[in-house]
Design a protein around this ligand. Sequence first.
Ligand code: ATP
Length: 359
Amino acid sequence: MKTYAIALIPGDGIGKEVVPAGRQVLEALARSRSDLHFEFEHFDWGADYYRRHAVMMPHDGLDRLRAKDAILFGSAGDPGLPDHITLWGLRLRICQGFDQYANVRPTRILPGIDAPLKRCSPEDLDWVIVRENSEGEYSGVGGRVHQGHPIEAAVDVSMMTRVGVQRILRFAFGLAQSRPRKQLTVVTKSNAQRHAMVMWDEIAHEVAEEFPDVRWDKELVDAMTARMVNKPDTLDTIVATNLHADILSDLAAALAGSLGIAPTANLDPQRRYPSMFEPIHGSAFDIMGKGLANPIGTFWSVVMMLEHLGENEAAQQVMRAIEAVTSDPSLHTGDLGGHATTAQVTDAVCRFILEPGRR
Ligand code: ATP
């Protein structure tokens, strides 16, 4: 029997609904098997915590997470607080504090989902986007002076380092190599950004030599948006900078049917620290507290967590349950055009995990 220590950080908005649903799925999984056990610890960090303590998480927060095997995260964001406070104070503090430099975002059209791309079949869209997660446009380097005066100035520096670029490209080439098509698209903007992005391109050529069996090409980020819509089948693994990949993966999620389905993993590939798994969507305050949030993005994130922990069979068990549930339109939430609630979808996934033959 293996026991895993899992930190639960629901955060804000619908994070408070989908993370408990993720826990229910892990508990159902543990009940269905004799080889797995989870110990959960709940952390109430986020915007409400900020209103009480003036910080999104306590100063020793990273130390309290350090010994965990993985973190299941909901979302950070609150209409009453500036986004840069909620983002930098919690999610980015954990990602950067634990050097989770590889952000991995798989996209597929799951069975039963009516995706907006009508000219392609569901099999044409099977991507993994790798997002650089530690530097670039999100490096936090910059400043703002003379606030409110006509001479006010503000600068955000997109900082890229050779080490940072090399390690994310190596990770992406390695991931591409592990997939059947062995194909990588490197997203760039080196026509306009003529310093850091040119270095990015050069390092891509160098790293590619270490992976002779991976076919790869380069695409400008603007052209990439059109290619994702018009020729989805020409893409497999994709790597892009922090900001480019953030935008492309929202597009990818929408093309696959809904933001509510898409998962993501913030990985420390060297496994020095716990990695963090979360749905791609944000706090969605418009539907918060109504039981309408689609929990599938969180469940798929749980699958990625299990894969990272080496529990591949358990991961497949949860993925099969997710696909069985998405196949049934009566179990679709509002974002997919249905009327099911978070609780109904969660119960159905748990039931399928416990009794795969019966629904
Ligand atoms: P944030 O500022 O925290 O990023 P947001 O509300 O601006 O959050 P998202 O939460 O990413 O943005 O989502 C945009 C919209 O998509 C939401 O307002 C909501 O209507 C819908 N949505 C997102 N996630 C889900 C979900 N899991 N289930 C149902 N609808 C969702």
